[in-house]
Design a protein around this ligand. Structure first.
Ligand code: 4AD
Ligand code: MG
Length: 430
């Protein structure tokens, strides 16, 4: 019977055949251990010389890394491995031999691995990160669909920019000027007026000249938008959502977290509600901590965010940022015009901002004024103004960056490992 590695638990004591690649091997004169992978998982195959035909044992000993093969054997329980099973191999058939596979078990430099990203993805570590990414995507759909949100797909080719015009990727749209979406938000706001509660999940593009462990040029964002939700209502959705994805990963990806050496006690603490601190309080806190380099009105850098996050040891909301450092669409605080009803969620352990969100302006005159103050072309936003022109309501939304969230939950240092084929400053290959 042909089965996948993920299914072997159902076949203990039975003979199965697995299509696999050889990940690694060890052998002596009497026994060979084959580390096999088939994409669904990893399993050890054991071949005992005295129990198989001589030619099979010799073939096993000569297998090179990444050779593809069909392996037949009896599934055994194995309490020593965290996977719990191994295969007593009785036969193997080579599909295609691989020679000189570039990524060997020895250590390689990051640039080398990035140049071979298409092969690096086959490694145990990358496999674990991709499985966790997949779990977060799955949990995202589950969370929002179960709460009555409708999945909406905003366009990628656009003519309006929510987050400012400096980081846009320009492209030709026949005779028109267009650019790649940096956020689907404005379209999601229109969709929320049509469907109430909506969420998107798609790629976004930022031509940011940033080369940090948190920045990608192409990244994936989840953007919920809710009609009639005010600032506080949105924070509640955000903390429940983030707690839900963390719990889902803990529940369904324990093998992967273990393979990555993730300290799960840090994740177990992630339970709603999350702590909150206003921007004003954050500035005061930073001054007390000896950060003399930041003044009221400036945006936080990575060291500031990390200091705040370390203090709380949980995801934390920083709320009410100065109006002048935030995008045009954010609702000013009715009690204080110089700050907006917004919040960034900062992940613990130095992973930085994972969510940016706010209540949106729904007063047409204020919206027009803010678009002009930000020197945006009013004509391009005519359609967007219709949201506040026809039956405007308070509404709120946010964007969660998938890769930063995967990095935090997986405990990997850099976002380049959290997306299958990262687009970075100076990297478009492979
Ligand atoms: O804070 P940002 O720019 O917010 C928006 O785009 C809003 N329009 C979202 C909304 O309200 N619908 O981006 C949201 C999140 C950030 O918190 C961060 O997690 C991620 O997107 N992000 C990036 N991730 C990787 N690389 C980059 N260059 C990123 N820029 C933002
Ligand atoms: Mg932001």
């Amino acid at each position: 019977m042909k089965v996948t590695i993920s299914e072997v638990g159902k076949y203990v004591g039975q003979e199965v055949t697995i299509g696999a690649w050889l990940d690694n091997k060890r052998s002596s004169g009497k026994i060979a251990f084959l580390q096999l992978r088939d994409g669904t998982g990893f399993i050890q195959g054991v071949i005992v010389k005295s129990e198989v035909e001589e030619t099979i044992f010799q073939k096993a000993k000569s297998l090179s890394q990444e050779t593809s093969l069909f392996v037949t054997g009896i599934v055994q329980e194995d309490s020593r491995s965290s996977f719990g099973y191994e295969l007593s191999v009785s036969n193997l058939e080579v599909i295609r031999e691989a020679t000189d596979y570039p990524i060997t078990p020895k250590k390689h430099g990051t640039e080398f691995l990035m140049d071979h990203r298409h092969l690096w993805l086959r490694s145990r570590r990358q496999h674990a990160v991709m499985k966790i990414r997949n779990e977060i995507i799955q949990a995202t759909y589950e969370f929002f669909q179960s709460q009555g949100f409708v999945k909406i797909d905003p366009p990628i080719l656009t003519g309006s920019a929510p987050e400012g015009t400096t980081e846009l990727f320009h492209t030709k749209y026949f005779d028109e000027e267009a650019f790649l979406s940096q956020s689907g938000q404005l379209y999601m706001e229109a969709a929320a007026m049509a469907l109430g509660k909506v969420f998107s999940f798609g790629p976004t593009f930022r031509a940011e000249k940033s080369k940090t462990r948190r920045h990608l040029i192409e990244f994936w964002m989840i953007e919920p938008e809710m009609a009639f939700y005010q600032f506080e209502d949105s924070l509640k959705v955000q903390e429940e959502y983030v707690a839900f994805i963390v719990q889902s990963v803990l529940k369904n990806c324990s093998l992967e977290l273990e393979r990555l050496g993730r300290d799960t006690t840090q994740l177990e603490k992630v339970v709603a509600p999350f702590p909150r601190i206003t921007y004003d309080e954050a500035i005061q806190f930073l001054h007390e901590q000896g950060f003399d380099d930041i003044e009221w009105g400036a945006d936080f850098g990575a060291p500031h965010e990390t200091a705040i996050a370390d203090h709380f040891d949980q995801p934390v909301f920083i709320t009410h940022y100065p109006t002048k450092i935030k995008p045009f669409y954010m609702q000013p605080d009715p009690e204080r015009e110089d700050v907006v009803l917004c919040a960034d969620m900062i992940a613990p352990e130095g992973y930085g901002e994972i969510i940016g969100g706010s209540e949106r302006i729904h007063d047409i005159e204020l919206m027009k004024k803010r678009i002009e103050e930000h020197h945006l072309p009013l004509e391009a936003y005519e359609w967007y103004l219709d949201i506040s022109r026809f039956g405007a309501v308070p509404h709120s939304g946010f964007g969660l960056g998938l890769e930063r969230t995967v990095a935090w939950i997986s405990g990997v240092e850099h976002v380049r490992e959290t997306i299958p084929f990262p687009r970075l400053l100076n990297r478009l290959y492979p």
